[in-house]
Write a protein that binds this ligand. Structure first.
Ligand code: MD6
Ligand code: FE
Length: 214
């Protein structure tokens, strides 16, 4: 991609549905701060492979920050104020995370977004996330803001039934997907991440998913 096209891409947004869009490159100005914060968070709450209620080990490794952290085990999916692995509260949402999430939400038409949870996903090459709905949040009126870092990925964006047709959405380092209103409950997933090395993030994809749980 030449520089002119890259510069143009940074300012564009792609509408996926009435209230879902990709803000291309929106996180690029704060990537350094985000990665530094992720290092701090993972030192306190290391990435781990959760077990689903069905007994499968998730391919994506996860950790959290914020008042609530998303957890899964044999008993089910839920949000917990403490890391079940240590019993310690999750670290608070860093100011850079809060600012980016609010700025992206506003850009997409959602004012005054104050998330209380951030799930951090780590994808090694070959890792996928199967189609799902984000349905464990008490507050479903607030949007979800999702930040992609590192290796590119193909996001699958579907309808309101698992079997509905999906579109493939290419996501690059620095892209932010905002997702709310009537489109909040759409099925979505991530195709297996292709092997590669990103200049800044290395051989992985990181994803920050902000939610307002309560
Ligand atoms: C990911 N994202 O992109 C996984 N959920 O790694 C999600 O599951 C997701 O990106 C809701 C809204 C946006 C997302
Ligand atoms: Fe999701």
């Amino acid at each position: 991609m030449n520089d002119l096209f890259a510069a143009q891409q940074r300012e564009t947004c792609t509408q996926l549905a009435a209230q879902a869009c990709v803000l291309h490159g929106f996180a690029l100005p704060v990537v350094g701060a985000l990665l530094a914060d992720i290092r701090t968070i993972q030192a306190s709450a290391p990435f781990r492979h959760l077990v689903t209620p069905g007994g499968h080990v998730m391919q994506v490794a996860m950790t959290n920050c914020g008042t609530y952290g998303w957890c899964s085990d044999r008993r089910g999916y839920r949000y917990d104020r403490v890391d079940p692995q240590t019993g310690n509260p999750w670290l608070p949402l860093p100011p850079t995370f809060l600012q980016l999430a609010a700025d992206a939400a506003r850009e997409a038409g959602f004012e005054d977004y104050v998330p209380d949870a951030c799930l951090i996903n780590r994808y090694a090459p070959g890792t996928r996330l199967s189609l799902h709905q984000d349905r464990d949040e008490h507050d479903r009126s607030s949007p979800i803001v999702s930040v992609s870092l590192g290796l590119p990925a193909t996001f699958l964006f579907g309808g309101f039934e698992r079997g509905d047709k999906t579109v493939r959405v290419p996501l690059q380092h620095g892209d932010v997907v905002v997702w709310g209103g009537g489109d909040r409950m759409r099925f979505h997933g991530v195709l297996p991440v292709k092997p590669g090395r990103h200049d800044v993030v290395g051989e992985q994809r990181l994803n920050l998913t902000f939610r307002k749980v309560r």
